[in-house]
Design a protein around this ligand. Structure first.
Ligand code: ZN
Length: 215
């Protein structure tokens, strides 16, 4: 592979800074994490967006969260078709091997993936409708959510669809037999969150009302 380059200097410098401070002060703990393996209590499924800083907002340490990130924090429906499914593989490993107690789906404000879905479903993004668009085909997962928000006021639709991305993912999680059985046995719980980046707010899905309430 001739195309990979050495690490940019600014990142190499930051790494050495971490090694000399955070790592050096906690080396014994890192060694324990290494020898004992990981035992995260929660899996978090969040967006790739660089502003969604899951470990920061929960003050989480190394080894605490099993994190999977993808465009618009989506979980596809259970589809055992022999093809490659990154998100489904992460869910399977977290639930069946790590036996996490919580699966948290976290959406966020200003989500570019959700905006793309809104544009695509309303006929304003023909490039996303093409078969060759990975983002477009991925956002097809959210089409049932679009159907539920399409008649709302235009300026509220994006924020509502961001929350629908969480609800659709929770619904799809329950189509995985190993998720359903862990939830029904009371061994694992599902949670839906929406994070408002500018105001630093967090809302939690309320199954009683089907809405989101401030944490
Ligand atoms: Zn996003």
């Amino acid at each position: 592979m001739q195309h990979a380059k050495p690490l940019p200097t600014y990142l190499a410098q930051r790494f050495h800074g971490w090694k000399a401070t955070s790592y050096a002060e906690n080396a014994a703990w890192y060694r324990r994490l290494s020898s004992e393996g990981q035992h995260p209590r929660a899996m978090v499924i969040s967006c790739c967006d660089s502003r969604v800083h899951v470990t920061s907002i929960f003050g989480a340490d190394t080894g605490e969260f099993f994190i999977h990130r993808n465009i618009a924090n989506l979980v596809p429906p259970y589809l055992p078709d022999g093809q490659q499914h990154g998100t489904s593989a992460a869910v399977e490993y977290a639930v069946t091997a790590l036996k996490v107690a919580h699966v948290i789906v976290m959406g966020h404000s200003g989500c570019g993936g959700v905006k793309g879905c809104l544009d695509m479903c309303s006929g304003n993004a023909p490039h996303l409708e093409e078969k060759s668009s990975f983002v477009g085909r991925w956002m097809d997962i959210l089409r049932p959510g679009y159907e539920r928000v399409k008649d709302q006021e235009e300026d509220r639709r994006a924020a509502l669809l961001e929350r629908e991305a969480v609800v659709v993912s929770l619904e799809n999680l329950m189509t995985f037999p190993f998720v359903r059985s862990a939830v029904e046995a009371g061994d694992m719980s599902l949670h839906g969150l929406w994070h408002e980046i500018g105001g630093g707010a967090l809302e939690c899905y309320d199954p009683k009302t089907g809405g989101f309430v401030a944490v």
